[in-house]
Design a protein around this ligand. Structure first.
Ligand code: NAD
Ligand code: ZN
Length: 348
């Protein structure tokens, strides 16, 4: 056998010594790999050769993650990177350093999010108004939110239908009309695509804008109902949006019409609630996107799972410790980056 020149593909170390992963035969397209362990004391070395990186790493289990990397060659960053993504909830310093070496330009929190999505078997996504602000629908509690203009608890209540109907209809007519010129953004489409590709199981949302449905998500639990489903406040009969916009009474009982959204103090639609709760209880991953988690009972859902939990929000400083991973960023950008990672790392 002719003498190969070995080049270093990765090096990592511990107090006991250094481990090098080397490769040779790149030019000949017949790559072989070997691992060399150099011990501090006595500088004895061990060599192990393999036909593939998988073969070389297999006996190591997760051990190598505990050693600090010294070098990772661009040629094997994808291989190492995709292995790192199998352990998204590790937090020790050596693991974080490996991530930085392999994903220099990425937010490693998003790398972990993508890894969790790729490796979970049942993922539920729970969204709030922050999922829709990038479709130009204001949320409640941010600086540009509704709350700054009007207190929703004075209008989004059954009493407003009964005692303040004209303000109630103005408020909801404005929101229904705003929806007509509103489209899902890339983040909504990515969640729909992930569902089709079996990367996620379902979406539970507090949003009443229907944008998940519009984007093509099928397993959607609309926990607070939907603006585009108008019904009679008295008898519950469903009718057209236009009847509500024209302030017509119910044709069946002459009662007042209203959008099919859950008003403060009302019960959640039972089917949506039990479906979402069951999925979340069974999930091994729950991703919470763009909600302040201030509205009961939906804010109880993330703790109903025994799975891992991830919180994605433009602001994360108020969330302490109850989630396994915090990802600070806007819903659209975070989902776009996670999607790009899943594709470049060939997870689907
Ligand atoms: P919220 O207004 O209380 O909280 C919104 C959260 O989203 C905040 O934590 C904010 O930091 C975050 N956020 C804002 N923009 C974001 C972005 N681009 N990316 C990531 N995070 C972002 O909303 P909530 O928790 O959903 O509860 C409010 C209630 O209001 C719900 O009951 C919901 O039904 C209703 N609501 C719905 C809509 C809608 O359907 N689009 C809009 C406003 C309010
Ligand atoms: Zn009626």
């Amino acid at each position: 056998m002719k003498n190969n020149t070995w080049e270093t593909l990765a090096a990592y170390g511990s107090e006991a010594g250094t481990i090098e992963i080397q490769g040779s035969g790149y030019k000949e397209k017949n790559v072989k790999y070997r691992r060399i362990i150099t011990y501090m004391e006595g500088s004895s070395t061990e060599k192990e050769t393999a036909e593939s990186l998988e073969e070389l790493f297999k006996p190591l289990g997760e051990d190598w993650l505990l050693h600090f990397p010294l070098y990772v060659d661009p040629k094997i960053k994808k291989f190492i990177g995709s292995r790192l993504m199998q352990y998204p909830f590790k937090t020790h310093a050596a693991y974080e350093t490996w991530l930085q070496y392999c994903f220099e330009k990425e937010d490693t929190h998003i790398v972990k999010l993508a890894g969790a999505v790729a490796h979970s078997s049942k993922t539920v996504v729970l969204t709030g108004a922050g999922m829709s602000t990038e479709s130009n629908l204001p949320d409640f509690r941010s600086k540009e939110g509704w709350w700054q203009k009007i207190d929703p608890t004075s209008i989004a209540v059954p009493e407003a239908v009964e005692n303040n109907y004209s303000v109630f209809t103005d408020f909801y007519s404005e929101r229904i009309k705003a929806l007509e010129s509103t489209a899902p953004h890339a983040g909504h489409y990515i969640l729909a695509e992930w569902e089709k590709s079996n990367l996620i199981h379902s979406v539970a949302t507090q949003n009443v804008d229907g944008l998940h449905r519009k984007a093509g998500s099928r397993a959607v639990y609309e926990l607070h109902g939907a603006l585009d489903q108008v019904k009679c406040h008295t008898c519950g009969m469903e009718t057209d949006i236009d009847d509500f916009l024209q302030k017509k009474p119910c044709v069946s009982c002459s009662g007042r019409l209203r959008p099919g959204v859950v008003l403060f103090g009302e019960l959640l639609p039972e089917e949506a609630w039990t479906g979402a709760l069951r999925d979340i209880e069974e999930a091994d991953l729950v991703i919470v996107i763009g909600t302040s988690l201030e509205v009961y009972p939906v804010n109880q859902l993330p703790r109903m799972t025994e799975g891992k939990t991830i919180y994605v929000n433009a602001e994360t400083e108020n969330e302490h410790g109850s989630f396994d991973l915090l990802v600070e960023g806007k819903a659209k950008a975070v989902l776009e980056k996670a999607e790009a990672l899943l594709r470049t790392m060939s997870f689907y």
